[in-house]
Design a protein around this ligand. Structure first.
Ligand SMILES: O=c1ccn([C@@H]2O[C@H](COP(=O)(O)O)[C@@H](O)[C@H]2O)c(=O)[nH]1
Ligand SMILES: [Zn+2]
Ligand SMILES: [Zn+2]
Length: 242
């Protein structure tokens, strides 16, 4: 499995695009989250929305779903194709009612399934999206009373959605065989709705060495020297994992 981040920035970052990812599995491309900056980032990589086979969504914040209106319109009216949309049942109605309906509602198109081939994911259940790419959504704490899902991929790769610090979960994942953790990281405290670098640095070395930091703000360069075993993920670089 190859992974290329469309962006590695926080919601307010200006040097980095929104924290969205492309997974390359065989000849398939799966996009994980589609934020405001996703169309421009794809363009800079020489790609279009037609290169995306499936979209997976973590939660409803604009840096994760703000590019979906353009994705939906382009697929329907430019490429005449319905992409797969993998999303947890807990957030699918809200995605339409509270985020996308205002822009996408029009004659003949009055629900999300006019634009996407929706596949519902169940919390804690691993679903094979394509051969070699299984996704288990894990409900993680972000904003109170707002569902947000992180993902365990192929049982050994954890991709945090935006989440508050949860050392017990990280320990449990490692005990289950998780080798790599892509974790959102607020460099400057307080974290409030995110995990801070300070918190991640309290983890045992055996966990820190698996962690790659993403969803960081524009001050990232000031922290590069402070890193011990954790590494920063770089946007647009291609990483390979088993
Ligand atoms: O209760 C809250 C809600 C939001 N924030 C700030 O907004 C951004 C939301 O975007 P994310 O994609 O979740 O990062 C968050 O980073 C906070 O900066 C907040 O502080 N408190
Ligand atoms: Zn975010
Ligand atoms: Zn968020």
């Amino acid at each position: 499995m190859n992974l290329q981040m469309l962006g590695t920035g926080s919601a307010f970052a200006k040097k980095y695009f929104n924290n969205n990812a492309l997974f390359y599995v065989g000849d398939r491309t799966i996009m994980l989250d589609c934020g405001i900056t996703a169309p421009l980032s794809l363009y800079q990589l020489g790609k279009t929305f037609n290169d995306i086979d499936a979209l997976l969504i973590s939660h409803i914040h604009a840096d994760h779903i703000g590019g979906m209106e353009e994705f939906a319109f382009q697929m329907k009216f430019v490429y005449n194709r319905k992409p797969l949309l993998f999303i947890s049942e807990a957030i699918v109605d809200s995605l339409w009612e509270n985020a996308l309906k205002g822009g996408l509602l029009q004659e003949e198109c009055h629900s999300l399934d006019h634009y996407f081939d929706i596949k519902l994911l169940k919390e804690g259940v691993s679903t094979e999206i394509y051969p070699g790419f299984c996704v288990e959504p894990i409900l993680t704490k972000h904003i109170p009373n707002k569902s947000s899902f992180s993902f365990l991929i192929n049982g050994n790769f954890f991709y945090s959605a935006d989440m508050r610090f949860d050392p017990d979960l990280l320990e449990e994942l490692v005990a289950r065989g998780c080798e790599t953790i892509f974790h959102d990281c607020q460099l400057t405290p307080p974290g409030v709705v995110h995990t801070t670098l300070e918190e991640l640095l309290t983890l045992p070395e055996s966990i820190q060495e698996r962690i790659w930091l993403m969803h960081y703000d524009d001050s990232k360069e000031n922290y590069e020297q402070e890193m011990r075993s954790m590494q920063f993920v770089e946007q647009h670089r291609i990483y390979s994992f088993e």
